[in-house]
Ligand binder design. Structure first.
Ligand code: C5P
Length: 407
């Protein structure tokens, strides 16, 4: 880790772009300095219309920089980019995300982002309509693929009196995440799932017809991967058993599988030592009874595919579970959501059943957002309104956490 002037302090560039939430970046700055971090603020030109540079100048570890020509050095972005142990952008506006995802380097902040090899954390804040725009979500996907960490916005009151998703994440969460990424997570106390051993399954299984063809479903694995990432962030030791090609979050152990049979073997084995098991995977219900060992050819005519049922992994996990182990299932439905979810909760012997109406817009398979209802074996019911899959993951883990340590 680099340190500022040999002081031993981690060096963080705090990028601030032009949104109403820019005032909250002052709180982020102050808390990071209090936590022993060297903070170098970089504002975009337009951010100065929302928040004064004098405040940052007074609170940060060095003077605010805005343009490429503020420093004696003609290459401040290189100094900032190379010195940084981490760059955090809070708030990150639509425009900033687009410029960063597009590789633009037209001001000091974007130039620093392109010039750094340090980990980057972006904290978007914007109106709900803007947050839900495909351009914004695609830019975030691009950034995530490149290894950028995203703290999605929360729900609540927005500028102009509107209410919805888009509020900048709480400064305490941003600071905790920065410290965690710097390896100083213990400085802000343990996560609520600290040391909890969790196994999460994700993705749609692939059931071979022959060596080149398979039966599968529309599951992307995004919700399961988001659950694994959120659990890790909150301190759990996570194993992700996945059939999805999506990347897994740092610190998550990954077990890649393909078929329901592979997933069954991996889950039953991994669950033995787990405190919490979450079956977010969309396991195929049927598979070809016999897969061809060589490619089937058109010239041989249309084959009669004989299907058989796959094992119900969740039901088996329910039968085998140890006392105290928390078991969570998912129910993707297109009608009679609560009746079906409650029936599955009982028949599979789980503590929580997360139900989503996959026929609703922006919900379920392959979307980045989800809307679910969490049913509890104790008769409880928690609706979780439309939000990112990351935020849904946290809502599910809040319920898991409550079951692990009942108040
Ligand atoms: O019965 P249904 O497929 O709707 O149940 C969904 C839940 O059961 C999910 O948690 C899914 O991961 C799990 N499941 C399973 N094995 C199957 C089918 C579903 O574990 N063969």
């Amino acid at each position: 880790m680099t340190s500022e002037g040999g002081s031993g302090k981690p060096f963080v560039v705090l990028g601030v772009s032009a949104g109403i939430a820019a005032y909250k970046a002052i709180e982020v700055c102050r808390r990071l300095v209090d936590a022993g971090v060297h903070v170098a603020p970089v504002l975009t030109e337009r951010a100065t219309r929302f928040v004064g540079r004098a405040t940052f100048d007074a609170l940060a570890s060095e003077r605010v920089q805005i343009g490429l020509w503020d420093e004696a050095s003609p290459i401040p972005h290189t100094r900032l980019g190379q010195s940084a142990d981490l760059v955090v952008v809070a708030p990150a506006t639509v425009d900033l995300l687009a410029r960063y995802a597009g590789g633009f380097a037209d001001d000091l902040l974007t130039t620093t982002l392109v010039a750094t090899a340090a980990p980057v954390l972006v904290c978007p804040a914007m109106h709900t309509e803007m947050w839900e725009h495909p351009a914004v979500q695609e830019n975030l996907d691009t950034l995530r693929r490149r290894g950028v960490t995203v703290i999605p916005p929360g729900d609540g009151r927005l500028a102009g009196g509107d209410v919805g998703t888009g509020r900048l994440a709480d400064p305490s969460l941003i600071v905790a995440t920065v410290l965690e990424m710097l390896g100083r997570g213990e400085a802000v106390g343990a996560g609520d799932l600290d040391g909890v051993r969790m196994v999460v399954s994700a993705g749609g299984t692939r059931e071979p017809i022959d060596p080149v063809r398979f039966i599968t479903n529309r599951s992307s694995g995004k919700q399961g991967h988001a659950l694994a990432a959120a659990a890790r962030r909150r301190g759990a030791e996570v194993v992700l058993v996945t059939s999805s090609a999506l990347p897994a979050a740092q610190g998550v152990e990954v077990d890649r599988v393909e078929t329901a049979a592979d997933m069954e073997a991996a889950m039953l084995h991994r669950a033995e030592a787990a405190d919490v098991v979450v079956m977010a995977a969309a396991v195929a219900d049927f598979r070809p009874k016999e897969a061809g060992t060589s490619k089937m050819h058109k010239s041989d005519g249309v084959p009669d595919l004989v299907l058989e049922a796959t094992p119900d992994i969740l039901a088996e996990l329910g039968r085998r579970r140890r006392p105290g182990q928390v078991l969570v299932g998912f129910a993707a439905e297109t009608e009679q959501l609560s009746d079906r979810a409650r029936a599955k909760l009982a028949s599979k012997g789980v503590d929580l059943m997360v139900a989503n109406d996959v026929s609703a817009p922006a919900v379920g398979f392959d979307h980045d957002t989800n809307e679910v209802t969490i049913f509890g074996a104790d008769g409880s019911m928690f609706p979780v309104a439309l939000r990112t899959k990351d935020a849904v993951a946290d809502a599910i883990l809040d319920r898991v956490s409550a079951l692990l340590s009942p108040s």
